[in-house]
Design a protein around this ligand. Structure first.
Ligand code: SF4
Length: 330
């Protein structure tokens, strides 16, 4: 799985061996090097010993079978969660980038775990690979990847971008950059760096409040980066990339779902290439979800104001796989 390690092991082999190995891993989706019959037996044995392909994982399936949560045990026994969401012909994988998270957003179960460590690029890719193997048995494949699982991707920037490149590689899983989204709580240095990358992934910003005061209550990181500074950075990002930015807004009952807040949000969002994704809150022990009537009222107000708005479908609440519910500490 570790491409650098694989390169090192195959360094004394003809160059085409690495290409064959990548095809075996990412296209044939083998789970054991013995399946790579193009390789001589002694090389397969060496690879099985030094670069094994097994991933230690446990699967939980939601009642409607559209959401699957996978608990992955890493080599150092730390655990992370990955979610597969099925929606019509889309198979979207929500990947984690850190074990836990340091940012302590008030509405998020992962934040309560604290940060244990960053994931390596290979550990991020392994999550998509595992699901690709699972889908292959149903003759399906991963269509989209969202970096919205455990952790803040832009605080593990290099591994996140390395993983994006491996996922996008035409000799690998070949997932289009436009099918890959990175979601951030608003890490300004990371957004600035991303604007200069030669790979055009989608950017999503966790906004969740239309003013600094409430945002700081919900997301402590907002004390470091004000909305003014954040919007200035996003406008520069759009100027450079000419790409849409999605603002995620999780609707919490009587916290951020009031008409006055919809009005403030509309004022902030009235810009080209801005769009809003409303996310029904998934209950944790802190807050309650907005009623469907409040969600509809909020959404309709934004629509009337000419804002591009979508409402995210709820996924996997019964297996704690929905937004804000991922935690390996039970
Ligand atoms: S919402 Fe994201 S950034 Fe905030 S604590 Fe949870 S995982 Fe971290």
């Amino acid at each position: 799985m570790n491409i650098e390690k694989l390169q090192h092991i195959l360094s004394d082999q003809p160059a085409y061996r690495l290409k064959q190995a990548k095809k075996a891993i990412f296209i044939d989706l083998i789970e054991d090097w013995d399946e790579a019959t193009v390789f001589p037996k002694d090389l397969r044995e060496k690879l099985n010993k030094e670069c094994p392909l097994d991933i230690n994982a446990t699967l939980t399936i939601s009642k409607d079978a559209n959401t699957k949560k996978i608990l992955i045990k890493l080599d150092d026994n730390n655990e992370i969660e990955t979610v597969l969401m099925k929606n019509r012909d889309r198979n979207t994988v929500c990947v984690s980038t850190q074990v836990g998270c340091a940012l302590k957003c008030a509405f998020c179960a992962t934040g309560k775990m604290g940060l244990t460590r960053d994931l390596k690029a290979s550990e991020i890719v392994a999550q998509v690979l595992l699901i690709s193997r699972h889908l292959k048995k149903k003759k399906e494949h991963v269509t989209n990847v969202v970096f919205m699982g455990m952790g803040e991707p832009l605080l593990n920037y290099d591994a996140t971008l390395d993983a994006v490149r491996i996922l996008n590689d035409k000799d690998g899983l070949h997932i289009g950059a436009r099918k890959i989204s990175i979601s951030t709580s608003g890490i300004i240095p990371g957004i600035k760096k991303l604007a200069n990358e030669d790979i055009q992934v989608n950017l999503a910003i966790s906004l969740h409040a239309p003013n600094d005061r409430l945002r700081q209550e919900l997301m402590p990181i907002a004390r470091k980066y004000s909305l003014e500074e954040l919007f200035q950075t996003i406008d520069e990002y759009i100027k450079k990339t000419n790409r849409k930015v999605m603002f995620e807004y999780v609707l919490i009952r009587e916290v951020n779902d009031l008409p006055i807040q919809a009005k403030k949000l509309a004022k902030l969002m009235r810009k080209p290439l801005y769009m809003v994704n409303l996310i029904p809150y998934n209950e944790t022990d802190m807050f309650e979800p907005s009623s469907q009537a409040a969600i509809t009222r909020f959404k309709n107000f934004l629509l009337r104001e000419g804002i591009e708005v979508t409402e995210r479908k709820r996924f996997g609440r019964d297996i704690s796989a929905a937004c804000g519910q991922l935690s390996t500490k039970k």
